[in-house]
Design a protein around this ligand. Structure first.
Ligand code: ATP
Length: 372
């Protein structure tokens, strides 16, 4: 449906400032009907990518294909304008027009677009779009007399009314309060899935990305760090950056003992088998990523005969209701675990742990970690 190839974009510096390399060779493919998310910290190039796809920014080089059509090609000097790309867009500031009714807002792309269908068809299409977002009953209401969530739904209806082939959503939830954001997250996902439209979503919020997406591209400094399903990215990070960005992790420094897909790392409390990121070889400095929920507790007897078992001492416990956040000391290495609140552990207690090898990702030590 959408194929991005080697997209590059440098914004020239102004007033003595250096140019910014916003996109540094970004490539990805979005399958038809997918909910596809560009995720990453502020300034990593998500919006620039989206704007290049929207035709609101021209990349310096690369190719953008939508279906069979090349809409941008640096080498072939093709640049199809935004209004010919059949896109629906919703931005952070939903930008619905306050002086218009809900109906007029949604009708706008039809009435002012290139096709301009007869009024009876406009009314039919607007009614259908408002039904989709469950706002049919508010068609005549002035836009300012709507709640934040309703305004967001008007913006969605307006984006969908001319049956675009691709829906672009740039942080559409960030102006909503936390509770409404949760509701709208599910609503948007359900809506675009029921319409079946391919959707490209931009967010810096990893919870949003994990909860809504079929595929996530994680970006940093104008490049893609990792692409995969939410599960793949969360459970099998390929870098310290991904591990850290996607949630809480224990990052245990060590040295690779054996490379290959299932290798080993030497860490302060012994040796761990795990999945080794590509490119790492024996002797390289590396980090074992262990999620706080990944660790199993064993009896002392069970722990002696298995790999990836070690003992540790509980240093502190913090009862959080659903879980007990537990700090432990394993051979001088501090780790945080999330334990079952019914288990009844005590500070100072010795425990025996098992990290299943498929829950331990061995990734390169990140020397640029502090620079972003
Ligand atoms: P955010 O989540 O804060 O919106 P982002 O990941 O969407 O960030 P972009 O807006 O794509 O990031 O910006 C990427 C880089 O390009 C940033 O360093 C930004 O400052 C720079 N940039 C973006 N637009 C321009 C512009 N028009 N002129 C100069 N620099 C720009």
């Amino acid at each position: 449906m959408l194929k991005i190839d080697s997209l590059r974009k440098v914004f020239p510096g102004s007033e003595g400032r250096a140019p910014t390399k916003a996109l540094d060779g970004v490539s990805f493919t979005v399958e038809e009907g997918a909910f596809f998310t560009l995720l990453g910290p502020s300034g990593c190039g998500k919006t620039t990518t989206l704007q290049c796809i929207a035709g609101l920014e021209a990349p310096d080089s690369g190719t953008i294909r939508m279906g069979d059509t090349v809409v941008f090609s640096g080498s072939e000097r093709i640049l199809i304008p935004s209004n010919k790309r059949r896109l629906g867009m919703v931005f952070q500031s939903y930008a619905i027009w306050p002086h218009m009714s809900v109906f007029d807002n949604v009708a706008f792309p039809l009435v002012h677009g290139s096709r301009r269908p007869p009024m009876a068809e406009v009314r039919r299409e607007v009614a259908k779009a408002l039904e989709m977002v469950e706002l049919g009953h508010l068609s005549d209401r002035p836009a300012p007399m709507l709640s934040g969530g309703q305004q967001q739904r008007v913006a969605l209806a307006r984006a969908l009314v001319h049956q675009p082939r691709l829906l672009l959503l740039d942080e559409p939830l960030s102006n909503l309060d936390a509770k409404l954001r949760d509701t709208m997250r599910t609503e948007i996902r359900n809506l675009v899935k029921s319409v079946g439209i391919t959707t490209l979503f931009v967010t810096h919020d990893q919870v949003e990305a994990v909860g809504m997406s079929d595929q996530i591209v994680l970006m940093r400094g104008g490049s893609i760090v990792q692409q995969g399903t939410p599960r793949e990215i969360y459970l099998h990070p390929n870098s310290v950056f991904t591990a850290d960005f996607m949630g809480r992790s224990n990052l245990v420094p060590g040295r690779v003992m054996a490379g290959g897909s299932t290798g080993r790392i030497e860490v302060p409390f012994g040796e761990l088998a795990g999945t080794v990121a590509s490119g790492l070889q024996a002797g390289d400095r590396a980090v074992a990523v262990i999620r706080p929920q990944a660790v199993e507790l064993l009896s002392e007897a069970d722990s002696t005969s298995r790999e990836n078992c070690f003992s540790a001492r509980i240093t502190s416990l913090s009862f959080l209701g659903d879980v007990v956040e537990t700090e432990i000391d394993a051979g001088g290495q501090k780790l945080v675990l999330m334990l079952n609140p019914y288990a009844g552990y005590e500070p100072g207690q010795e425990i025996f742990l098992h990290v299943p090898a498929d829950r331990c990702a061995i990734v390169p030590a990140d020397t640029t970690e502090q620079s972003q």
